[in-house]
Design a binder for this molecule. Structure first.
Ligand SMILES: Nc1ncnc2c1ncn2[C@@H]1O[C@H](COP(=O)(O)OP(=O)(O)OP(=O)(O)O)[C@@H](O)[C@H]1O
Ligand SMILES: [Mg+2]
Length: 233
C-alpha cells in the first residue's frame, strides 16, 4: 500500500538575495513497510528531504500525500497530530534533555501526545512504556542516568527508544550511526532491522555505504534532485 507520494516537491531556502534549491522537483512513491537509505554528498538535501517527509518542514511547492492526506494543505496543528500518531525521529545530535534521566527523556513524547490528545496515559503507564522501550534498546540498567553519564552509543540508543516509544508506523533517522563506533553502529542497525521486520517503515539518511547497503532501497540525492533510486536485488 502506498504510504507516501511526493509529486514535484521543491524546497527553496532564501538567504539574502540568494535562493538555495535544497530539494528540486522531486517525485517519489514510498510503500508501507519499506526500509530505505537516503545517501548523497554533504549539502545534497538529505536532511531537508527527511524533514519534509517527517512533516517537520513544509515544501515551497509540490504535493506530499501521506496515505489519503494532502499534507501540503494541512495546518501546523494537523501536521503535528499526524506526526505524533505515526512517526518517530532519531536526530544525529540526539536532542536529549541534558538534565533529565534516560527514562524521562524517553517518556517525553508520551507526555506531549497525552497533553495534545486526551488519550490519557497516566504517569505510571507512561513510565512503563518508556521502560519497555529502553529494554528494547538494551538500556534497562541505565534508565536513571542523565545523558552526560552515558556513552555516545548509549545516548543514541536513548534517542532511538524515545523515537519508538509511541509505536510509530514510520521511523526516520538522520545519520543514526554517524557518531558511533562500528560495533554500536551495527547494534543500531540490528534494532532498525528488527523494527522493520515488525512492519515499521524505516527511512534513514546515512553516509556509510556498509549501512546503506543493508537497506532494501537506496535513494541517492545530488544537488537536491533524485539521481538514483535502486532496489536491492
Ligand atoms: N535553514 C536553511 N537556510 C538556508 N539554507 C539551508 C537551510 N537548511 C539547509 N540549507 C541548504 O540546503 C542544502 C541542503 O541541506 P541539507 O541539510 O538538506 O543537506 P544534507 O544532504 O543533509 O547535508 P549533510 O550530509 O552535510 O548533512 C544545503 O546547501 C544547505 O546549505
Ligand atoms: Mg544532513
Amino acid at each position: 500500500m502506498t504510504l507516501m507520494q511526493l509529486s514535484n516537491l521543491c524546497k527553496v531556502f532564501h538567504r539574502g538575495d540568494e535562493e538555495i534549491f535544497a530539494i528540486r522537483d522531486l517525485s517519489l512513491t514510498i510503500t508501507e513497510g519499506e526500509f530505505i537509505a537516503i545517501t548523497g554528498a554533504s549539502g545534497s538535501g538529505k536532511s531537508t528531504l527527511l524533514y519534509l517527509l517527517g512533516l517537520l518542514d513544509t515544501p515551497t511547492s509540490g504535493q506530499y500525500h501521506l496515505r489519503d492526506k494532502a499534507t501540503h494543505l494541512l495546518s501546523d496543528d494537523e501536521r503535528a497530530e499526524l506526526r505524533n500518531a505515526f512517526m518517530g525521529f532519531v536526530f544525529q545530535s540526539f536532542h536529549l534533555l541534558p538534565r533529565a534521566t534516560a527514562l524521562r527523556n524517553v517518556m517525553m513524547p508520551l507526555v506531549y501526545s497525552t497533553a495534545a490528545s486526551s488519550s490519557a496515559l497516566n504517569e505510571q503507564q507512561q513510565r512503563e512504556r518508556a521502560e519497555a522501550a529502553l529494554r528494547i534498546v538494551g538500556l534497562q540498567d541505565r534508565m536513571l542516568h542523565v545523558p552526560n553519564q552515558l556513552s555516545g552509543g548509549q545516548r543514541q540508543r536513548v534517542a532511538i527508544a524515545r523515537a519508538i516509544v509511541n509505536s510509530p508506523r514510520v521511523l526516520f533517522a538522520d545519520e543514526p550511526t554517524g557518531n558511533l563506533d562500528s560495533k554500536s553502529g551495527k547494534e543500531v542497525l540490528a534494532l532498525f532491522e528488527r523494527l522493520h521486520s515488525e512492519g515499521v517503515t524505516v527511512i534513514m539518511v546515512t553516509h556509510d555505504p556498509s549501512i546503506a547497503e543493508r537497506a532494501h532501497r537506496r535513494l541517492v540525492l545530488g544537488d537536491g534532485a533524485l539521481i538514483e533510486d535502486r532496489h536491492a536485488s
